[in-house]
Design a protein. Sequence first.
Length: 128
Amino acid sequence: MSTGNTSAPTIRYSAVTFDCPDPAELARFYGDALGLPVVYSTDDFILLGQESAAGLGFNRVANYRRPTWPDPSQEKQAHIELGTDDLDAARARLLALGAVEPEFQPDPDRWRVLLDPAGHPFCISTLV
């Protein structure tokens, strides 16, 4: 269906939002890990980001159910990939910030899977 307008609107990626039980806790974790400041905050939603760059949002969900990865009984709701130049140092820093390392690691020489404080799996890799 044409509207007569020949120019397409600009569409840009602005953020990914994670459901969680505590937006402040998850925003603190990712803000500290990635050096991102809070750009918007309410009791139920926090957005981290930088001027003119995509951000990360955290949305409070009542009765939130943590992912159980790698057990498929409660599938992961999101997955983020983080790049680093030092896999072991990044792993240690993220664990100190509150991440958890599951026992199962599909390819620990190439990347590490960690769980954020709300249980979302994410990867750190030197490949990204």
